[in-house]
Design a protein around this ligand. Structure first.
Ligand code: ITT
Length: 199
């Protein structure tokens, strides 16, 4: 399994994580490396839909095998929000512009203020287009939302997310510790299994 795959993401943290997770099993090529500098549209109302939209957008323009990752933080007491809106949670609620991780986390903490049920999960869906065929793989990690942000590693909501059975947030763990148990790890392994059985 050494074929190169283009990762349709504008998020450099995701590329770093995927390269660490896949190691020598697959070579990951960034959008920059294929000369793609545009923002990829993400207009679906589901995580699956956005993952497919991003992968199809790159596949159609660059005619290469590729995959995309769409991830949402689903909080039980908020009916699964921010979910598919995780990247723009604050801005769609009138708090600033675009993707602002600290504004997103501040809003989440505010919404959970006084709420005892802190259960949440990260859900990643990877959509891959290989040889013109589409594949979907999912990875979930259950956990809970901390009462204050903790830790400086990772990105996005990592300072707030404590995986089940752990005491540290993802942002307090080393990257290897996060990558060993994360939603992205699980989705990546599921994708590799699918690709192995669909040569
Ligand atoms: P691309 O769409 O270009 O891949 P993105 O950062 O917009 O990059 P998503 O839409 O999948 O990616 O991300 C939704 C939000 O969830 C966004 O705010 C991320 O920072 C956050 N997020 C995704 N994966 C995460 C992880 O492993 N840990 C913490 N937050 C994460």
């Amino acid at each position: 399994m050494q074929e190169k795959l283009v990762f349709a993401t504008n998020n450099a943290h995701k590329i770093t994580e995927l390269r660490a997770i896949l190691g020598k099993r697959r070579q990951i090529v960034s959008l920059e490396e294929i000369g793609c500098r545009e923002e990829i549209p993400e207009t679906s109302d589901t995580i699956e839909g956005n993952a497919l939209q991003k992968a199809r957008w790159v596949s159609q323009r660059f005619h290469c095998d590729c995959f995309a990752d769409d991830t949402g933080l689903e909080v039980e007491a908020l009916g699964g929000q921010p979910g598919v809106m995780s990247a723009r949670y604050a801005s769609i609620n009138g708090r600033g512009e675009g993707h602002d991780a600290s504004a997103n986390s501040a809003l989440l903490l505010e919404k959970l203020d006084g709420i005892e049920n802190r259960k949440a999960r990260f859900r990643t869906v990877i959509a891959a287009i290989i040889g013109g065929k589409e594949f979907l793989a999912e990875g979930i990690v259950n956990g809970s939302i901390a009462t204050t942000p903790r830790g400086t590693d990772g990105f996005g909501y990592d300072p707030l997310f404590i995986p089940e059975g752990q005491s540290l947030t993802f942002a307090e763990m080393t990257s290897d510790e996060k990558n060993a148990i994360s939603h992205r790890r699980r989705a990546s392994e599921a994708l590799l299994k699918i690709l192995e059985t669909n040569p």
